[in-house]
Design a binder for this molecule. Structure first.
Ligand code: T4K
Length: 372
């Protein structure tokens, strides 16, 4: 069998390029706590994204947890079950009750038409996710939030560099959070960030990620340690240099998949959205067994036997996990589209280092495995 092909692989710079950064860190003995590379990466990302403020984090989960803390969100928050479990866990860790609403079939994102019905007197915010980096319906979600006086925080863990009508989608809502995990298109090994829109909020976020310290002797809120360190920040600075070249490589792979898979009965993909600069972070396909002749799980196993390690992101749905399945909103009858998508999805391998011949082989397996 050939080497295993994983769903993701980080694009790392040459090790020799990293050494001078390490030498600088060793020489200065500044390892963390908003030191040189941390500051440089924040400035570089603000510029790269076209956003006002960014605060770097140790990972995306802590960023989400502290975004909620920072806005003092309580009660109930409306969110999507079709995401990585960290989205809902961040609510739980804040003592907030998640309220699941269904997703749109076209994008797999929270369906604005399902939000209003989920609002109760205890609702304080909406927490949508730009799943696979595809933008949510930002305009409609904001309209609903404005009418009902709700906060909006976007989990933008997948949305690094995504733009709509030439503006970063990270400017949507009051805050957006990012993940820079090893599996993401831009990585600092572990890492994350919060995008905020005014200086006072940025300051509060920075206090919270440093135990709540506002200066040497003043603590303003029960904060936590969620800081990114200098080695992570240095890797981020290097990653940024290759980010556009890597995006172009992923676009080429996405085009290959789209071209070859379109037209196979029972296989559907998410098309590119006009006006959106995609980051091609994931390549999900959806298997309709009645037309494909084999189930999603059969295709998933067939691919595995041939060394292709796709992933069923996001199956099982968050709403089916024991901590959440007892919630009224977790009833499958409330979430028919999310259940259907979770039963059908496979994310195919997608990363800049994936070669064309492997993509062709994956397409061929999917084409040949169909049972007419
Ligand atoms: N919100 C959303 C919407 C998210 O998707 C995530 C994380 C978060 C919030 C939370 O952000 P973080 O706290 O993680 O920063 C992965 C990631 O661990 C997770 O970050 C990510 N979303 C989620 C979608 O996927 P796993 O358990 O599927 O990852 P794992 O370890 O199986 O890796 C997948 C493949 O990637 C491996 O088969 C090979 C490759 N890989 C992985 C690692 C860790 C590498 O090549 N190198 C590596 O170092 O969760």
């Amino acid at each position: 069998m050939k080497d295993k092909i994983y769903v993701n692989r980080p694009s790392l710079p040459p090790l020799t390029d990293f050494i001078p950064y390490l030498e600088e860190i060793w020489g200065s003995k500044w390892l963390t706590n908003n030191a040189r590379y941390h500051q440089e990466l924040e400035a570089a990302l603000v510029d790269f994204f076209g956003v006002k403020y960014i605060s770097l984090f140790a990972n995306g989960t802590l960023a989400l947890m502290l975004a909620l803390q920072c806005l003092r969100i309580t009660g109930e928050v409306i969110t999507t079950p079709f995401s990585f479990v960290a989205t809902t866990h961040a609510l739980h860790w804040n003592g907030i009750t998640p309220v699941f609403a269904d997703i749109e079939p076209e994008t797999c994102n929270l369906d604005p038409d399902k939000i209003e019905a989920a609002i109760t007197p205890r609702t304080t915010a909406i927490l949508p996710v730009h799943v696979y980096g595809n933008p949510c319906n930002i305009k409609r979600i904001q309209e609903i939030a404005d009418v009902y006086g709700l906060h909006v925080i976007y989990d933008a863990a997948h949305a690094f560099g995504v733009r709509k009508d030439d503006e970063s989608i990270l400017n949507a809502g009051e805050m957006s959070t990012l993940s820079f995990h090893a599996t993401k298109v831009f990585t600092t090994m572990e890492g994350g960030a919060i995008i905020s829109r005014d200086e006072a909020t940025k300051k509060r976020i920075d206090y919270l990620k440093n135990f709540g310290f506002a200066g040497e002797t003043r603590v303003i809120q029960p904060g936590i340690n969620a800081k990114m360190n200098e080695i992570q920040s240095a890797l981020g600075l290097l990653q940024l240099k290759d980010s556009e070249a890597n995006r172009r490589k992923r676009k080429m792979i996405s085009d290959l998949y789209q071209r070859e898979l379109t037209g196979i009965p029972g296989i559907s993909t998410l098309p590119e959205v006009p006006g959106v600069t995609h980051n091609y972070a994931y390549f999900p396909i959806f298997v309709d067994p009645s037309a494909y002749g084999r189930s999603r799980d059969q295709l998933f196993e067939d691919l595995r036997k041939k060394g292709i390690y796709g992933r069923r992101y996001f199956y099982p749905l968050i709403s089916t996990f024991p901590p959440y399945k007892g919630l009224k909103s977790a009833n499958p009858a409330n979430l028919p589209v999310a259940h259907e998508k979770a039963e059908q999805v496979i994310c195919l391998p997608m990363y800049a280092g994936l070669d064309e011949s492997t993509v062709a082989r994956i397409n061929e397996i999917i084409r040949r495995n169909r049972v007419a």
